[in-house]
Design a protein around this ligand. Sequence first.
Ligand SMILES: Nc1ncnc2c1ncn2[C@@H]1O[C@H](COP(=O)(O)OP(=O)(O)OP(=O)(O)O)[C@@H](O)[C@H]1O
Length: 320
Amino acid sequence: MAKKERASNGTSGGSSSSGGSGGSDGSPLSSPEEIAPDPFIETDAVASVRDRITGWLEADQPVHLIGPTGCGKTALALSAAAKRGRPVVWINGDEAVGTAELVGTHSGGERYEERDQFVSGVSKTTEVVRERWVDNPLSVAVKEGATLVYNEFSRSDPSAHNVLLSVLEEGILERPGKHGEDRTIDVHPEFRLLVTSNDVEYAGVHEQQDALLDRFVGVNVDYYDAETEREIVAAHVDVPEETIEQVVDAIRTLRDELDVVVGTRAAITAAEGLSVFAEDGAEEFGDELLVDVFTDVLAPKIAGEGDGIDELRDAISDAL
Ligand SMILES: Nc1ncnc2c1ncn2[C@@H]1O[C@H](COP(=O)(O)OP(=O)(O)OP(=O)(O)O)[C@@H](O)[C@H]1O
């Protein structure tokens, strides 16, 4: 198998669940060691942007990491969060994320009986239903002083994020729906927020409130230099150096020439494909195999576009 053994932490395929996976006890909290991406390549380019992120977090600034699909935002965010050495809570933005998914909700009732003994032989039993409150990632993170990594945050409905304003501005989290004195939580001084957005979706999917976006510093990232991309692909796929070079050269050409987004993940997938489809032990590949593999890898980006596949194959063939 060409795929290198690695710990699974959601950075290679993108997690689809909204809630953080967290630790094995069902808590959304993970230790820094658990979420640190592995493998994680740290060339100068990678370290410099990761250190910008950790620097801003140290300065107590919420960070918005913005960049194109598959450029390494999630890996950077998790690496920066792990570097802080605080527990980490992870959440993935999507349409289903509302205020309750962030702050918590009542999860049914707990029944118990209260017994009043009036006089000897006369008693009354009352069944009481007590609502049980379950915290969700944001509440857990602000209580524990964790780093909240909120991936693809612009995919969630902006109204879900109203609660973030008072967290960032006043250091208070309100839990709508929760009754009693502990309806609000004082934000732990070590709590930090790190959100990521795809640069297209940042403006496109849901326009987030300016009042909220203004409170973040924005760190913009792009695809890495060729040497960094080669090292990343080599860290994920066990193929000869020549194959890595050929794949990364091709990916960078296609990125410039095609209308579809061609990320570093596509390079990793193509290298995995080539290692399976190539003749045994081949280090370089014929044009036809390259075109086939890249067409398959990039096809999902134009799914449902009629003649799209033929056009994509021709464009890839012309570019390579
Ligand atoms: N520094 C790195 N070291 C090792 N692998 C990396 C590094 N940066 C990115 N990768 C790998 O490249 C691929 C894309 O990275 P990642 O998922 O972080 O990108 P992304 O920008 O978050 O993507 P998307 O926009 O699709 O969510 C993943 O397989 C990831 O493991």
